[in-house]
Design a protein around this ligand. Structure first.
Ligand SMILES: *Cc1c(COP(=O)(O)O)cnc(C)c1O
Length: 372
């Protein structure tokens, strides 16, 4: 059975007519940049998240850079970022003039915690980027209680919910999202957004995305040309109403894998008790991930080791690496494996994947999960 890591066909197929209609409507409107579709989508996403404002931008990486600038990050500042995340989380920092400070993650939840952040704080810390990695929530409130604003990188966690019902992206001073096609809510190209309930941050982000101008005549800041397209916003408006259902299904994937017995073969991800994790991908751990990935891929099943080496060991980040040990990030980089968790992945797929994992591990010891 071929099972891709991301399936864009099944979730999108029922909406093809509505998407084509949205494209036609936009084409006929001849409003392609910052028009009614972007405005409406910003309102609709803000309502879904429970925040005051959303600002649509060109992609999730720009969203981080612009949000950091809106939070005041600049030369001489430090921004704390996990060493175990997608490269863009750190790459977005130097264009502001600030310097990334790499921080370790919790070995179970794979996100920053107040304990890992605290030793990295300094007089120069302007913000902490808490990445809700793979869909798991970072403890944003507890980190902000250290006295530093948190920017949530929620690119992988749109639709994840905290135990008190608050959505990922509504927990910190500001948050960013990506609508890259394989993300939880994807468009037909690149897209991103900044969410915040801070009116000043929202106003600055809006100004920065349009060349640092409020009125298109006076240019107050050196900004960016980074807008969400009308066409992408029109698509996203068709798909946003589906997001809740998709997230419920993503969250159920963990249970499906558990029932299939995957937890006896590899370590399943831990979830914050009471939270709903809308798994972007389901990341398991084992000392044998390379062997498992090879066997799965041979069987036509999408499986990927993502963040190896960790960010402080990436060539472009070596000048920011520092000398602090980041043992959990190092260990996770060697032992994590992303498995499919898209909406529509049923018990049959979960069983087929689990069977292949068992085949990969046959003969190399059944104690694998406990050692990782
Ligand atoms: C995808 C992603 C980004 C970047 O989003 P783009 O839209 O691809 O620029 C940033 N951070 C994380 C954690 C991501 O997964």
């Amino acid at each position: 059975m071929e099972i891709p890591l991301f399936d864009l066909r099944r979730p999108l197929e029922p909406f093809e007519g509505a998407l084509l209609e949205a494209a036609a409507r936009t084409l006929r409107s001849r409003r392609f940049i910052l028009g009614p579709e972007v405005e409406a989508f910003e309102r609709e996403l803000a309502r879904y998240l429970g925040v005051r404002e959303v600002v649509g931008v060109a992609n999730g990486t720009d969203a981080l850079t612009i949000a950091l600038r809106a939070l005041g990050a600049g030369p001489g500042d430090e921004v704390i970022v996990p060493a175990f995340t997608f490269y863009a989380s750190a790459e977005a920092i130097p264009p502001t003039g600030a310097r990334p400070v790499f921080c370790d993650v919790d070995p179970e939840l794979m996100v920053l915690t107040p304990e890992t952040v605290k030793p990295r704080l300094s007089r120069r810390t302007r913000a902490v980027i808490a990445v809700h990695l793979f869909g798991n929530l970072a403890p944003v409130g507890e980190i902000e209680a250290l006295g530093v604003p948190v920017l949530e990188d929620a690119a992988q966690a749109l639709g994840s919910r905290a135990p008190d019902g608050a959505m990922a992206g509504s927990l910190g001073r500001a948050a960013t999202f990506s609508f890259y096609p394989t993300k939880n809510l994807g468009c037909a190209g690149d897209g991103g957004a900044i969410a915040t309930s801070d009116a000043q941050v929202a106003e600055l982000a809006r100004t920065l995305r349009f060349h640092g101008s409020r009125d298109q005549r006076s240019f107050e800041l050196v900004g960016f040309n980074s807008r969400l397209d009308e066409l992408q916003a029109a698509f996203l408006r068709v798909l946003l109403p589906q997001l809740e259902g998709w997230c419920e299904d993503r969250a159920r994937c963990l249970e499906r894998y558990r029932k299939a017995g995957l937890g006896e073969l590899v370590r399943l991800p831990a979830v914050l008790p009471g939270a709903r994790a809308a798994w972007h991908v389901l990341v398991v751990r084992s000392p044998h991930v390379d062997r498992i990935a090879a066997v799965l891929r041979e069987a036509g099943i999408g499986a990927r080791v993502y963040y190896r080496p960790p960010l402080h060991r990436q060539p472009a980040m070596s000048r920011y690496a520092g000398s602090s040990a980041l043992p959990a990030s190092e260990h996770l980089a060697l032992t994590h494996l992303a498995l499919p968790s898209w909406p529509g992945l049923g018990p049959r797929e979960a069983r087929a994947i689990t069977e292949r994992v068992a085949v990969a591990l046959a003969g190399i010891g059944a104690d694998a999960p406990s050692r990782c």
